[in-house]
Each structure stands twice: as structure tokens, then as C-alpha cells.
Design a protein around this ligand. Structure first.
Ligand SMILES: Cc1ncc(COP(=O)(O)O)c(C=O)c1O
Length: 401
């Protein structure tokens, strides 16, 4: 017999909503979501939108990786795996460092994580006490400061600009170092600017952190997506920095949620303890799929995609400059062009909404990446085909003619 519960009269129940935790006030949504939502609405109405906002490769995951994922499922690998990642993947990543950088990294120092995002969370949990701060660039990847806020720390934003190729130099870091600063977080190549830190700049930052008894965290998620000189890894200089990387960008596996970190030896056991508690394990199937990333067949697919990104950047950069966008440097990598729009507007959010509404071009407002001159900047992601980039430029030509 079915049991019938007495109906609850919801009208009579006064909702008792406790306010959410204070930290929520400091965690900002992505402004681009407003642009994206409107883009979807317009598309549903039949408008043709050129998408230059997505921070992920437009190419689907390479076929050999998908096959490896399917094979893993076929073998019934549907269970939890080790918190630090399956050993063959940690070993494969170690061999990758050997091939790419000539480095011997003990697989025991490599932890597979749920995306670079998972690695950032682990590092925040490991290093930050309430009230601690870490220096980071403004503009920069916004989630970094939110991860710190989540563990009651703070991102200490350092305004950067073309004079330092939008990177945090040791001199600037020293100038902004505060009594509660416990280290520096940088990305090279960076989001949204695509700029890299040279070997010397990395060495100077590391030296400063040593002097100040601080930690250096380097996000190398866009390694592999450089279009001239290769970005140096901090691991070429020291085994005492924390390095973040991911299968999302060069390896084209955003939706599989897999990344890794390389930690100094003394930190591994504590990170593993955190990982056990926070994640139990990564997707087992995704890890088996990722093993195929290192096969020569996949690498050649990924390298030709990188060449296509280079072609797109080489097309879009001069065109945007010709149109009047201010891009002082030629970014060395990542998927983005960070452009000054002062000639057109000092309200980047409105500029982006107008561009979308009137011309069907979706880009990301600068406010998504920080505060420093954010209203005068936008980010273009060349994560769409050459045809669509050409279409964007045709539309811009009409707007500005
Ligand atoms: C600089 C940077 N770090 C980390 C991430 C997070 O990447 P994921 O969690 O997909 O590996 C991103 C994503 O865009 C990024 O740009």
C-alpha cells in the first residue's frame, strides 16, 4: 500500500534562511555569463553570433584519447582510484617532463588533480592560514583569489601593465609584499594576457620568495600553447616551487576534469591527505583516457591544433590592432588577446553587451580578470575557426568604418 503523507501547507511555513557564509560576498561571478546568457537568447532568436569568449579549445578531445576512455569503461574501470592519481599516469607525466624539458621529476612528486582547479584548491588548503595573503597579477585568472578566500585568505592584487608585459616581476612583488603575504601565485603564459615569464624573471621571483620565506606557485596550464619560444618551467630552476598544470588546454580535455600538480617532496604527504578528503579520487576513466595524450599519434594531433591556434593569433592580432584595439605586446601563448578599448569606450561591460546586441560578437569584459583598468579592456579568445574570426573582423570593419 502506498503511504500518503499529509500535505504540507507551504504558505504557512516561514522560511528560515540563514544568511550564507560571509565569504560568498567576496566571490564574484564571471561577468561573461551575462554576455553568454544573452548570446544564447539571441541565438535562439536566430541571430548569428561569433563566439570569441570561450576559454577552452574549440576542438573536441583527440580521437585516441576518446577511444582510450571508452576502452577503460569497457574494462569496467568504474571504481575510485588512488587519491594522488593512477601510478601509470603519474609516470607518464614524469616522462613528459623528461621529453619536453629534459627534467627528472620523481612521479611521487606528481599528483593528478580534478583539473588545474583541483590543484589550486589543494595548494590553497595546504599553504594558507586565515588572514594570509598571496600576491597575484591584476589582471589575472580570477578564481585564484576566490580559492584563497574560500580558505579565509586573500588574493593580494598587484596592478600590472604593458611595462612588465602584464607579469609580476620580483621588483613589483617586493614592493607589494605585506606583513601577511606568504607567497606569490603567477601563471605563465597567463590568462587573460598570454604573456610568459622568462627564465630570469622566474628565477628572480623564486629568489625573492626564498628571501621572504614565502612560497612560489606557478600555473603552467598554458604550456604547450606557445607560438614562438617555449615557456620555461620553474621546475628547470628549482624543485621547491609548486607547479600547476592541466589536461584542459593543450591536451584538449576540458570536460574530463583532469590536471596535475608538482610539489616539493616535503609537501606530498600533506597534499595527498587533503586530496583524499576533498576528492577521494579523480575520474578513473578520465585518467586512463589521459594516458593516450602522450602517444605520438595524439601528440601530433595536438601539435597541429597548436599550429592552428598560432595561425589564428597571427591573423587576429594585426587585425585587431588595425581596427584600433590597443595590444602593446604580441602575447607568446595561451588562447587570448587582451585588448585596450579606450579608443571606443571606458565601460567594457557595456561595450561587450552592445557588441553582442548590435553586431553579434561575444567577447569577455575586462572586469572578469580584476580591477586594474578593467573597464578599459576586453579579452578575445581565438577559440573559434578562421572563418568565424574573419567574420568577426568583417563585422568590426563595418562598425568602425
Ligand atoms: C590560468 C588558469 N588556471 C587554471 C584554470 C582552470 O583550468 P582547469 O580546471 O580546467 O584545468 C584556467 C581555466 O581557464 C586558467 O585559465
Amino acid at each position: 500500500m502506498l503511504l500518503k503523507w499529509p500535505p504540507v501547507n507551504v504558505e504557512k511555513v516561514t522560511p528560515l534562511h540563514r544568511p550564507f557564509a560571509e565569504r560568498l560576498k567576496d566571490i564574484e561571478p564571471f561577468r561573461v555569463v551575462e554576455v553568454l546568457d544573452r548570446a544564447k537568447q539571441l541565438q535562439a532568436q536566430g541571430r548569428d553570433i561569433v563566439h570569441l569568449e570561450a576559454g577552452e579549445p574549440d576542438f573536441a578531445t583527440a580521437a585516441p584519447v576518446i577511444s582510450a576512455g571508452q576502452a577503460s569503461l569497457g574494462r569496467g574501470e568504474t571504481y575510485y582510484s588512488q587519491a594522488a592519481g593512477i601510478p601509470p599516469l603519474r609516470e607518464a607525466i614524469s616522462r613528459y617532463y623528461q621529453q619536453q624539458y629534459g627534467l627528472d621529476i620523481d612521479p611521487a612528486r606528481i599528483m593528478v588533480t580534478p583539473g588545474a582547479s583541483g590543484a589550486l584548491l589543494l595548494i590553497a588548503g595546504l599553504l594558507v592560514n586565515p588572514g594570509d595573503g598571496m600576491l597575484m597579477t591584476d589582471p589575472g585568472y580570477p578564481c585564484n583569489r576566490h580559492f584563497l578566500r574560500l580558505v579565509e585568505g586573500e588574493g593580494q592584487l598587484v596592478p600590472v601593465g604593458p611595462e612588465d608585459r602584464y607579469q609580476l616581476t620580483a621588483a613589483k612583488a617586493e614592493q607589494h609584499w605585506q606583513p601577511n603575504t606568504i607567497g606569490v601565485m603567477v601563471a605563465s603564459p597567463a590568462n587573460p594576457t598570454g604573456e610568459i615569464l622568462t627564465r630570469q624573471e622566474l628565477a628572480d621571483l623564486f629568489q625573492l620568495c626564498q628571501q621572504k620565506n614565502g612560497e612560489l606557485v606557478v600555473d603552467e596550464i598554458y604550456h604547450g600553447l606557445t607560438y614562438g619560444e617555449k615557456a620555461p618551467s620553474i621546475l628547470e630552476l628549482t624543485d621547491q616551487a609548486f607547479v600547476i598544470n592541466s589536461f584542459s588546454k593543450y591536451f584538449g580535455m576540458t570536460g574530463w576534469r583532469l590536471g596535475w600538480l608538482v610539489a616539493p617532496e616535503h609537501a606530498v604527504a600533506s597534499l595527498e591527505k587533503l586530496a583524499q578528503n576533498l576528492f577521494i579520487s579523480m575520474s578513473t576513466m578520465a585518467q586512463h583516457a589521459a594516458l593516450a595524450c602522450f602517444e605520438p599519434e595524439t601528440r601530433s594531433i595536438l601539435d597541429s591544433r597548436r599550429d592552428e591556434f598560432a595561425r589564428r593569433r597571427d591573423f587576429l592580432l594585426p587585425e585587431l590592432r588595425r581596427l584600433g584595439f590597443d595590444i602593446p605586446h604580441s602575447p607568446a601563448g595561451a588562447l587570448y588577446l587582451y585588448a585596450g578599448i579606450k579608443k571606443f569606450s571606458t565601460d567594457s561591460q557595456q561595450f561587450c553587451l552592445d557588441l553582442l546586441e548590435q553586431h553579434g560578437i561575444a567577447i569577455t569584459p575586462g572586469a572578469d580578470f580584476g580591477r586594474h583598468l578593467a573597464n578599459e579592456h576586453v579579452r578575445f579568445a581565438y577559440t573559434t575557426s578562421m572563418d568565424r574570426l574573419e567574420e568577426a573582423v568583417r563585422r568590426f570593419d563595418k562598425i568602425f568604418s
